[in-house]
Design a protein around this ligand. Structure first.
Ligand code: SF4
Length: 467
């Protein structure tokens, strides 16, 4: 039976409580997600909270009664995109007002941008809900309140929230994320995260293990432990190394990855633990940001280029197969040609497998706002183009090193041209043209590189799960 909410209103006119419950059961939400893997994970938390309250998700925004976006504030570009999308949401809300089903649509902005822009989102962008990263549990209550009062609802308090009791359903058949810590205490001078996500805190180890066990029971084999700086994980006497050990004991989990690591917290003990546990994949995402010591100091990164180089040398000793990725920023205030040359030189010396490269984006409220002189957009753009050229060449070289070598591949999804897409332990996507099932682990040999993608022949299909 299909009822619309206006009909539901008539049936239960004199029983307000039941009516509200019924309306909720009929409510559909649409969720747009921006930003990093932590937001992808938190989208699962938001879905769980709403579905437990009787909401159902729709992929058609025009059918939704609640239009939500989970936002990112790390770069101004991400904010501009989200604000543009809010304009679309507003159009849908106005259109609904003109239909026979004139029930109001609720627009909610969740996550870092709400924490950052606050009242502007209601005043200038017609948002009904402005909810920070620690307040998602209040969503059902605040949706009701916004409907009843027609007044924007704010929930921006920062707490110790880790959503410990919520296990978001995986959105992939074999891979999943677990957020093991939230917030950050580092206050890098350009970064808004410590202001939007609050103080660093860790999910209790028992809860991480319960989550990983539940995911393994749903067929997940490859888990990525997430946090702003996972190396700072701490639950009573358990640190990041104990976390890796404990997760590796869960049957069914074959691969463990983690993201992001702060270079200042990477030490020999962590590297030896990664090297010792077969399930932990030899991959590190270690943001360098700049190759200039002067700029690193202004960024308040807490390491020098020499210290970073020494850690990479040690990491490659412990993990000869290491896949090393990074983040690099150009155009930081006062960056000179000479500073940029230092960055290029460091990039060539290290030979990252892949890099996320950005132009500096000023974030109001951070310390970098005070720094100068500013680097012009034109100069920053030229530097970024040059950096991308250099890194792309290196990435191609690193890819070609995969040729004629044997790799272990976990099959993840169908690939292009009737192929299957798998991932190596070093986190590289590879295409094979064989009849394989998702979740199967095979050995393969890379025979050619097409564009950026390695293509491989399957050698064997019986790869035991590491113990
Ligand atoms: S370590 Fe620095 S860049 Fe990373 S989230 Fe914390 S403050 Fe931001």
């Amino acid at each position: 039976m299909c009822l619309d909410s206006a009909f539901a209103d008539r049936i239960f006119l004199d029983n307000t409580r039941v009516r509200v419950e019924f309306q909720k059961a009929m409510s559909r939400f649409f969720l747009q997600v921006y930003g990093c893997q932590m937001n992808q994970y938190e989208a699962g938390v938001v879905r769980d909270i709403l579905e437990r309250s009787g909401y159902t998700e729709t992929s058609e925004e025009k059918n939704a009664d609640v239009l939500l976006m989970l936002t990112c504030a790390v770069r101004s570009h991400a904010e501009r995109r989200a604000l543009g999308r809010l304009g679309t949401f507003r159009g849908l809300k106005d259109a609904r007002r003109k239909t026979p089903d004139a029930s109001s649509v609720i627009i909610g902005v969740l996550g870092c941008m709400s924490q950052n822009l606050r009242k502007n989102l209601a005043a200038d962008h017609a948002a009904d809900l402005i909810i920070g990263p620690d307040q998602y549990r209040r969503l059902p209550e605040l949706i009701d309140k916004a409907r009843e009062t027609k007044v924007p609802q704010f929930a921006l308090d920062q707490t110790e929230e880790c959503y410990d009791d919520i296990i978001p359903g995986p959105s992939h058949p074999v891979r999943a994320f677990i957020t093991v810590m939230r917030g950050c205490n580092n206050f890098c001078s350009y970064c808004i995260v410590p202001y939007t996500r609050g103080k660093e805190r860790s999910k209790p180890l028992t809860r991480v293990l319960a989550e990983a066990t539940a995911l393994a029971g749903q067929g997940i084999k490859d888990i990525t432990l997430l946090g702003q700086n996972v190396l700072a994980y701490h639950d009573q006497s358990n640190d990041f190394r104990e976390l890796l050990e404990a997760v590796s004991e869960i049957p069914g989990i074959a691969r463990i990855r983690f993201l992001t690591s702060h270079p200042k917290d990477l030490d020999e003990q962590v590297l030896s633990t990664i090297a010792r546990i077969p399930k932990v994949c030899p991959a590190l995402h270690l943001p360098i940001q700049s190759g200039s010591n002067r700029i690193l100091k202004l960024m308040r990164r807490g390491y020098t280029r020499e210290e970073y180089l020494a850690k990479i040398a040690l990491a490659r000793e412990y993990l000869p197969e290491l896949n090393l990725t990074t983040d690099i920023m150009v155009g930081f205030p006062s960056e000179t040609d000479s500073d940029f040359k230092d960055t290029l030189e460091l990039v060539r010396t290290i030979g990252f497998d892949f890099a996320y490269m950005f132009r500096f984006s000023v974030r109001p409220g951070t310390q970098a706002v005070e720094l100068g002189p500013k680097v012009s957009e034109a100069v920053a753009g030229q530097r970024l183009t040059r950096l991308i050229e250099v890194q792309n060449r290196i990435t191609r070289e690193r890819n070609s090193e995969m040729l004629n070598r044997t790799h272990e591949l976990l099959i993840e999804s169908p690939g292009p041209r009737q192929g299957m897409l798998g991932r190596t332990r070093t986190n590289r996507a590879v295409i094979v043209h064989s009849r394989l099932s998702i979740g199967q682990t095979v050995t393969c040999q890379v025979t050619r590189i097409q564009g950026w993608t390695p293509i491989a022949e399957v050698l064997g299909t019986e790869v035991p799960v590491p113990q």
